[in-house]
Write a protein that binds this ligand. Sequence first.
Ligand code: AMP
Ligand code: ZN
Length: 112
Amino acid sequence: MDCIFCKIIKGEIPSAKVYENEHVYAFKDINPNAPVHVLIVPKTHIASVDEIDCSNVCTAAEVFKAIPHIAKICGLENGYRVITNVGEDGGQTVKHMHFHLLGGTKLAVKLN
Ligand code: AMP
Ligand code: ZN
């Protein structure tokens, strides 16, 4: 499978790692939209939130469990935003489920 985030997780493509555990990998977005912009991904390939089912929900939970820890590492004690895009209309460009962790400034309030 030709998945850029699987390659990043395997170390085949370089990334600026922020955090890693058995289930989760987090790295800086190459094209940041905020002073802190980190991508948090499960180490196993799940295409998007739309693929979550009974067989992989524990992996998804591991991602959520890691978010407060990663936010702390990034110094986001004043708050942050977590976004995941799904499919064409959601604007998802990489088909490996990922959560954008954004912060480091007062973020604009917008729905799209
Ligand atoms: P999305 O549009 O939600 O699918 O988000 C994909 C994100 O991946 C974008 O914000 C890109 O800037 C980011 N991205 C793509 N390739 C890389 C890479 N090699 N390293 C870090 N971030 C990347
Ligand atoms: Zn993948």
